[in-house]
Design a protein around this ligand. Structure first.
Ligand code: NCD
Length: 303
């Protein structure tokens, strides 16, 4: 496997299964058992876009494994504000850290950074492109809370700009999942991705309504409309609030349904759903820790 983690397209099913199984072993440490596996190692976090879960779960993972974290901080307070290029920043930070977690607004930024980096680059989101570590924790959540085999899953929301669903769809095709893509017409999954998925033999259908499938799926994966990616705010207004998962909608759900969301949510899942047996999105954010522990340990050649 490449040392860098850039896109789910670079992963085979065997590699993913290996990561998910190793993550299971890290769960007790994620829950608070101590470890010194990465003691003496340093992770650098470079977030050129907002983040809560991704940055803090990487930091938690590193620290619970005995390692240390250096953080670029806000872009305004770093040399980026003086006009330093991403390539230069990456070359410099590679002199300090053993791996770099990078989130950047430009699609392809992580792939480009990897060309300049002597340490592993972990893509924590590149614009509307990919978010592979989120996908691995999503798969882990499905493995722990449902099942990865014979899965019927619906991806709902902003499938055009949502990088989490781009990465997830590639991985799901490796598991032969039955996928329904639910979005308004203007936010459909990009054609290039659908073509790729079909080439891999993925089973995909598309619709605009959650009601069409809610009684027939095991996993409902809800996403936020990615307001910040719309070139025209008026276009965002047309689709803002278009989906809302409510207790009433769930009246038709299967007993074993699980609801996931990469978070943050805006209004697409009603807070009353949090109390239902279907909600898994907070659990999902915890699973980011053991999965990212695995990725860090692999990047730093400790496993
Ligand atoms: C996602 C992202 O940044 O793409 N957040 C996350 O990492 N959990 C989803 C989003 O911002 O909507």
């Amino acid at each position: 496997m490449s040392r860098h983690i850039i896109s789910m397209k670079d992963f085979s099913r065997d590699e993913i299964d290996f990561i998910l199984n190793r993550a299971r072993e890290f769960e007790p440490i994620a829950r608070g058992n101590t470890s010194s596996l990465l003691s003496g190692k340093i992770l650098a976090t470079l977030f050129y876009e907002p983040s809560t879960r991704t940055r803090l779960s990487f930091e938690t993972a590193m620290k619970r494994l005995g390692g240390d974290v250096i953080d670029l901080g806000s872009v305004e307070s770093s040399s980026v504000a003086k006009g330093e290029t991403l390539a230069d920043t990456i070359r410099v930070i590679g002199n300090y850290a053993d791996a770099i977690v990078l989130r950047h607004p430009r699609e392809g930024a992580a792939r480009m950074a990897a060309e300049y980096s002597k340490v592993p680059i972990i893509n924590a989101g590149d614009g509307a492109g990919h978010h592979p570590t989120q996908t691995l924790l999503d798969l882990y959540t499905i493995m722990r809370e449902s099942s990865l085999s014979d899965m019927k899953i619906a991806l709902v929301g902003d499938l055009k700009y949502g990088r989490t669903v781009h990465s997830l769809a590639y991985a799901l095709s490796l598991y032969h999942a039955d996928m329904t893509l639910i979005s308004p017409k203007q936010l459909q999954m990009p054609d290039v991705i659908k073509k790729d998925l079909k080439k891999q033999g993925a089973r995909i259908s598309e619709t605009t309504d959650i009601e069409d499938v809610i009684g027939d799926i095991d996993v409902l994966y809800v996403t936020r409309i990615q307001k910040e990616r719309f070139p025209d705010p008026a276009e965002y207004q047309k689709v803002a609030g278009i989906y809302r998962v409510t207790e009433e909608l769930l009246g038709k759900a299967r007993d074993n349904l699980i609801i996931m969301h990469p978070m943050p949510r805006v209004d697409e899942i009603d807070p009353s759903v949090d109390r239902t047996k279907y909600a898994r999105y907070f659990q999902q954010s915890f699973y980011g820790v053991p999965v990212r522990m695995t990725l860090l340990a692999m990047a730093m050649e400790a496993i």
